[in-house]
Design a protein around this ligand. Structure first.
Ligand code: FAD
Length: 345
């Protein structure tokens, strides 16, 4: 009989260049693909890999690789999408962590289930969507979240977490903090509320309403609008490497905001329900003159200063050098520390 550990198909020396949307060069010393909870348990129970540090990888659209990865890369490829519950107040849809997020959004609409349309075209996997509580156009994952299953990388046990257990924040959750590298999300359940209400309070969507004259769009129309807006604004990683927004939008006190407005009346800011004020990081970076600038192969996207891009053969080190230079100049002019959104490895 073969030992359990012989069934862990670890691939040595795997290039990660095509496994991250920035197209950054890095090599995984070892990589293993998991499709089931049992696959994760086999790693946990393995005499060598069980104790090894791990890095969990989904679609690689929110990581910056600055060097080769010694940790065992656990590439999540859990498949499947299904409707698990039809309640009076909601549809509950479950998806494997390895499914492409946008495919899940499309699947729900194809099955007459609305609610995820504002989150269309966000790159990456379903399993990573709770990690930074993905959000766009007025909706965050937490607004549509029911629960998830996670396999503990120490005990091998599958545990179900609700929203409280995930501790969601703005582009943040427990998986970016003390569970980072310690647990693999294998399934996510989304709650699509019934009856459906469109979320249209975002400026770009209000413009679409004005342009088209459709003040009561259906979910498919909102999906099409979101896709069109995103395609016009953001670089397609297949054509130009990037990880989306590179910095989080900073949240400041009303006093700090008034101080900045006093010096820069144009500053783009959004009052938040809790009294704080969110500033547009892209505006701050643009105001410091960074749009279109480069350091080595890393550059600031011409159409949106919040996005750093790979102009060809950029290294993770160049991306970080550029990011630090931007942070320094924004701090120098506005006194605000920008925090990177992607995970730096
Ligand atoms: C062009 C572009 C546009 C984007 N627009 C948006 C946007 O509008 N809103 C937004 O919120 N984000 C946006 N992003 C960021 C990105 O799409 C999301 O963060 C996405 O959820 C990352 O998914 P991924 O599978 O690629 O994760 P990866 O990059 O593979 O991983 C990201 C982090 O999650 C962890 N992780 C991944 N899978 C799992 C798992 N199954 N279990 C545990 N941990 C896991 C990794 O260890 C890593 O720490 C954009 C990115 C790009 C390139």
């Amino acid at each position: 009989m073969p030992h359990a550990h012989q069934t862990v198909p670890v691939e040595p020396r795997v290039s990660l260049r095509t496994l991250n949307t920035f197209g950054l060069p890095a090599v995984a010393a070892n990589l293993v693909r998991i499709r089931t909870d049992a696959d994760v348990r086999r790693i946990v129970d393995h005499p060598q890999w069980g104790r090894a540090p791990k890095f969990v990888l989904g679609g690689g659209s929110n990581v910056v690789f600055t060097h080769d990865v010694d940790a065992l890369v656990v590439k999540v490829e859990v498949p499947g999408i299904r409707l698990v519950q039809e309640r009076a107040d909601a549809w509950i849809v479950e998806a494997g962590a390895g499914e492409v997020w946008h495919d899940l959004v499309t699947w729900t609409l194809d099955h007459g289930i609305a609610g995820l349309e504002n989150l269309a075209l966000i790159p990456g996997s379903v399993g990573a969507s709770p990690v930074q509580n993905i959000g766009a156009y007025g909706v965050e994952l937490k607004d549509r979240f029911e629960s998830l299953d996670v396999v503990d990388l120490v005990t091998g046990r599958t545990v179900t977490l609700d929203a409280v257990g995930c501790n969601f924040g703005y582009r943040d959750s427990v998986f970016k903090r003390h569970l980072q590298g310690k647990a693999v999300i294998v399934r996510v359940r989304l709650r699509c509320p019934r009856p459906w209400q469109p979320v249209l309070g975002y400026l770009d969507l209000e413009r679409k309403i004005a342009e088209t004259g459709h003040s009561h769009p259906d979910a498919r129309m909102v999906y099409d609008w979101v896709c069109a807006i995103r395609r016009a604004k953001l670089p397609d990683p297949k054509l130009i490497g990037n990880a989306g927004s590179f910095f989080k939008n900073p949240v400041v006190t009303p006093e700090q905001c008034r101080d900045i407005i006093g010096r820069d009346p144009e500053v783009v800011h959004y009052p938040m329900p809790d009294g704080s004020v969110k500033l547009a990081a892209g505006w701050l970076i643009d105001a410091c003159g960074w749009k279109g600038k480069s350091i080595g192969g890393a550059g600031v996207y011409e159409k949106q200063a919040l996005v750093l891009v790979n102009r060809g053969n950029a290294t993770g080190g160049e991306v970080l050098t550029l990011a630090r230079a931007i942070q320094e100049s924004v701090y120098g002019r506005f006194g605000i520390r920008l925090e990177p959104e992607p995970v730096v490895v």
